[in-house]
Design a protein around this ligand. Structure first.
Ligand code: KIV
Length: 278
């Protein structure tokens, strides 16, 4: 079944939790789609896990369009949600609408996600008015790393919790169809989830959200630079890959790869010494 904005919103009402993972390429997206993931997020976390930047600030519209288009080619049923990168929407409502449109027209996304709460209400309203579904992202918003001074828990005191609650209400009111809550206390996320009509999707926000999202390299043990507390490792792919690559190197060095079954043969018997002499 195709996941749409309507089916995702219905999942909240029927207590059917929303499973979302990031993907950045055709092959991975195809695997996730085949096993029935609800939403594939083409996250600007690609800046970290694909491009090797320290944070997401350097990610461009071209990066997001290229990876979003690759993911969408691998997907039949998942909803493809693509991040608006830093400075593609912050400077003006006009930028926000034009760039959100590009992510749909050229990146073939079904919806876009942007970081921010009450300050971005005009942007969310204008993008949704252009018939582009929006997911808001509040709490710890990685594009604001230079303001936060690092990737830190948000909303753990009364004042900052009140701001996150206000942000959640504002983005729903502005027309967002879902909201990502990143790195906030579990009780705050559960409170927001009960308060809102739209689904909440948590990352580092406990078990009281309507859905969960993880970066796939984190949950597969493929990204070793930094593993946040909220990540559960479902596989040790980093070590599995290291073992496979080492075995390949050994086989190449010893001459045991390629074998006959990996080798093409000529149709006719050709004497290559004679052919090169003529
Ligand atoms: O870019 C990303 O992967 C994200 C998730 C962490 C929610 O925004």
């Amino acid at each position: 079944m195709k996941n749409t904005v309507a089916t995702i919103m219905k999942q909240k009402l029927s207590n059917d939790r929303i499973a979302m993972l990031t993907a950045y390429d055709y092959s991975t997206a195809k695997i996730m789609d085949e096993i029935g993931i609800n939403i594939i997020l083409v996250g600007d976390s690609l800046g970290n896990v694909i491009l090797g930047y320290e944070n997401t600030v350097s990610v461009t519209m071209d990066d997001m369009i290229r990876h979003s288009a690759a993911v969408s080619r691998g997907v039949k049923n998942a909803l493809v949600l693509t991040d608006m990168p830093f400075m593609s929407y912050q400077a003006s409502v006009y930028d926000a609408v034009i760039n959100a449109g590009k992510l749909l027209k050229e990146g073939h996304a079904n919806a876009v996600k942007l970081e921010g709460g009450i300050e971005f209400v005009p942007h969310i309203k204008a993008i949704t008015a252009a018939s582009i579904p929006v997911v808001a992202h509040i709490g710890m918003t990685p594009q604001s790393v230079n303001v936060f001074g690092g990737f830190k828990l948000q909303g753990s005191d009364k004042e900052s919790a009140a701001k996150i609650i206000e942000d959640a209400k504002a983005v729903q009111e502005a027309g967002a169809f879902a909201v990502v809550l990143e790195c906030v206390p579990g009780d705050l996320a559960a409170h927001i989830t009960k308060m809102l009509d739209i689904p909440t999707i948590g990352i580092g926000a406990g078990n009281g959200c309507d859905g969960q999202v993880l970066v796939y390299q984190d949950m597969l043990g493929m990204y070793s630079d930094f593993t946040p507390k909220f990540v559960k490792k479902y596989a040790d792919m980093g070590n599995i890959m290291k073992e496979a690559f080492s075995n390949y190197i050994k086989d190449v060095k010893s001459g045991s790869f390629p074998m006959e079954q990996h080798t093409f043969s000529s149709k006719a018997q050709i004497d290559y010494n004679q052919e090169t002499e003529n």
